[in-house]
Design a protein around this ligand. Structure first.
Ligand code: GLU
Length: 484
């Protein structure tokens, strides 16, 4: 087999949504697994709808996922001459013809046919123009497009890598436009010319292009060149079984980054939506995915988008990663929220790694991990109103906590076994349940009801901060009561 060359060819008219990212991933995996090349091509010929900002976002999304390309990005807007020449050549070979019909005329003809209940497709009027008529139109300087002359009686067949054999009759295809009158190519022309000139061996794209493939095959045939293989990936559906869209929440890959998902979790999520890398659900490394990827394990059916699966994968991954591995990711996140201080890189690094180790198990996303770190790094953290009302309003608490504070003050070391002993002794002496003090401390220190074991929390909070926050009890209670 010739060297595999695949491409990802997004139109920068929207974000890198999930379907597109999955297409990029499968192309990339296939290239990697076959020691092939992965090419990035930006299909920006729709000048009105394309934007540089979208291109930047798509590129950033691919980079974030680690889907590096070997060639490109190529921009179709910089290759217009290539398409124009190809269209002219097809005219010269008698495979395409000039069409002088204006869009308005076509609309009228279509409407007329429809009003008679007739089906309309381009009627080849310009193909049958006499030489004299053509001359007249040229002399009038009429604008002209180039249409492809679809052969009448062909059966177009291709063996789709995912769907198997697909057959379409050419008589159902109208003479489609290749080059618009403004000189811009249609998608069919530019995609074929580019796939050809870039030596693409496998065209892997979304199911929404399946009906375009027969037209493109006709073009390859007209050009007299061999076909690439085609593979169409099933469309991702929302939980309501409709095409996935903004309505269903997050659909752009970078949005997942902003919400604290890790690239490897997103890659597994995308991969496992249509393909099963193995028999069990787990996080696969990129290397494992590359080694296992093949089109025969890609299913034809449309997968349903399920955010809780991504949460689960991300949670698994965070748990599997060591604190050292999580460090750079959480660092970046804390910088974004202005919670980072230099000494976390140096003097307090070990402390911080220990803290990550303590909190990661409870964090489904990096943002959640950062949120859980917040009370350890800053005095500005949210208080859960319900937690304050439930655990800080016991009438005996001010006195009890005052005593406990004195006990803690005596401790030279804030080791978990020591703080635990002191707290339990105090509870016993006062005839109250240790839980009363534990719950209160948790809310005072962290603002919330649930956390890792309180004595570990105390260790990482440290004596000074703990005592400081214990003094704040009256203020916290009045703060919340005032809010009510
Ligand atoms: N530019 C097309 C799109 O974004 C993809 C073209 C192709 O893969 O053939 O849908």
């Amino acid at each position: 087999m010739a060297q595999v060359r695949v491409r990802f060819a997004p139109s920068p008219t929207g974000h890198l949504h999930l379907g597109a990212a999955r297409t990029a991933l499968f192309n990339w995996l296939f290239a990697q697994g076959n020691k092939g090349k992965f090419i990035l091509r930006i299909e920006d010929t729709d000048i009105e709808r394309s934007s540089q900002e979208m291109t930047k976002g798509i590129v950033a999304g691919l980079e974030w996922l680690g889907l590096e390309w070997d060639e490109g990005p190529y921009y179709q807007s910089e290759r217009l001459n290539l398409y124009r020449e190809a269209a002219q050549q097809l005219v010269a070979k008698g495979k395409a013809y000039y069409c002088y019909c204006s869009p308005e005329e076509i609309k009228l003809r279509k409407a007329k046919a429809r009003s008679k209940g007739e089906f309309w497709r381009y009627d080849r009027r310009c193909y049958y123009l006499s030489e004299a008529e053509k001359k007249r139109f040229e002399a009038e300087n009429r604008s002209r497009a180039i249409r492809f002359l679809v052969p009448g009686q062909e059966e177009i067949k291709f063996d789709d890598l995912i769907h198997g054999q697909i057959k379409v009759k050419s008589k159902n295809i109208e003479d489609f436009v290749l080059l618009r009158s403004d000189g811009y190519p249609t998608y069919h022309l530019s995609v074929v010319i580019d796939d050809l000139s870039m030596g693409i061996t496998h065209v892997i794209r979304g199911d929404d292009h399946i009906s375009n493939t027969p037209k493109q095959i006709l073009l390859y045939e007209a050009l007299g060149v061999p076909l690439p293989r085609f593979g169409h990936l099933p469309l991702i559906l929302g939980p309501d079984k409709k095409k996935l869209s903004k309505r269903h929440g997050v659909t752009s890959v970078l949005e997942f980054r902003n919400q604290g998902y890790l690239p490897l979790a997103v890659l597994n999520f995308l991969a496992q939506m249509s393909w099963s890398p193995g028999d069990e659900e787990r996080i696969y490394t990129v290397e494992e995915m590359v080694a296992r990827f093949s089109f025969d394990r890609v299913s034809k059916g449309s997968p349903i988008y399920n955010l809780s699966k991504l949460e689960w994968l991300n949670h698994q991954l965070i748990n599997q990663m060591s604190a050292e591995e999580l460090f750079p990711v959480i660092r970046e996140n804390l910088i974004r929220f202005s919670l980072w201080s230099e000494d976390l890189d140096s003097d307090r690094k070990d402390w911080f790694l220990g803290l990550i180790g303590l909190l990661k198990e409870r964090s489904k996303t990096i943002n959640e991990l950062a949120k859980n770190c917040r009370p350890f790094l800053s005095d500005d953290f949210p208080l859960e109103e319900e937690a304050v009302n439930k655990y800080l309003t016991h009438p005996q608490l001010p006195e009890l906590l005052d005593k406990l504070k004195n006990d803690f003050e005596q401790l030279k070391d804030f080791r978990p076994d020591l703080t635990e002993r002191v707290l339990r002794q105090r509870a016993e002496e006062e005839g109250v349940k240790a839980a009363l003090l534990i719950h209160a401390l948790r809310v005072l220190l962290l603002g919330m009801k649930v956390s890792p074991g309180i004595f570990d929390v105390l260790k990482y909070m440290g004596k000074e901060k703990t005592l400081q926050r214990m003094k704040k009890l009256p203020t916290m209670v009045t703060q919340i009561q005032r809010r009510e």
